[in-house]
Design a protein around this ligand. Structure first.
Ligand code: 5GP
Length: 199
């Protein structure tokens, strides 16, 4: 990929439980720019109601490893140290950029830092929940995971929240509509800015 792609990369991170998936779904419905979501690939199992190819490309650990070694991923990491891998396929991003789309990556902080190295002009947004108590309430309330998994996610979430200032924009999701508006405004405000050239 080159710096001459017409599209832009938007990165949204934030701890699980910050509600970023919900917020992003709303932003995608009413985006002020031609925004498309990069569908990540993961080895974790689908949650109820998740659809293969829409929420994630769900694949086996063996297949993931094969693709990782083949260099198919723009970035990939084992998230939470639980043995589950997540990655952004280069082909997902390329396809959108070549079409002049703004490709949004919903990825964790390690992945974001890797992508920023390759795309320094990426628009980076960190979504956090109101506070730690609110985060814990949401993660437990989801009821889709064991206590152990929730504890692991909480630990990872606190660690991620400490890194929010590495992002160009921070959005607090204590009200979905307001968070959606804020992200739409961020995107609009980047419409007229020229993409920085790589140094
Ligand atoms: P979940 O399992 O709740 O869908 O996602 C868990 C974490 O993995 C979230 O923080 C999410 O942002 C991150 N994640 C999802 N897809 C990717 C990806 O492609 N790469 C990286 N590095 N993280 C991802």
């Amino acid at each position: 990929m080159t710096a001459n792609n017409r599209g832009r990369i938007v990165i949204i991170s934030g701890p699980s439980g910050a509600g970023k998936t919900t917020v992003l779904a709303e932003v995608l419905k009413q985006a002020p720019v031609p925004l498309v979501k990069s569908v990540s690939t993961t080895t974790r199992r689908p949650r109820p109601a998740e659809v293969d190819g829409e929420d994630y490309h769900f694949i086996s650990a063996e297949e993931f490893e094969k693709r990782r070694l083949r260099g198919d991923f723009l970035e990939c990491f084992e998230v939470f140290g639980s043995g589950q891998w997540y990655g952004t396929l280069e082909s997902e991003v390329d396809k959108g950029l070549q079409d002049g789309k703004w490709v949004v990556l919903e990825i964790d902080v390690q992945g974001a830092l890797e992508v920023i190295k390759q795309f320094p002009d990426a628009i980076t947004i960190f979504v956090s929940p109101g506070g730690r108590e609110e985060l814990e309430r949401r993660l437990r309330g989801r009821g889709t995971e064991s206590d152990d998994a929730v504890e692991r996610r909480l630990e990872e979430a606190y660690h991620e929240m400490d890194q929010a200032d590495r992002y160009r924009y921070q959005v607090v999701n204590d009200d979905v509509r307001r968070a959606v508006d804020e992200i739409r405004n961020i995107l609009s405000s980047n419409c007229n800015t020229e993409k920085k050239q790589d140094d």
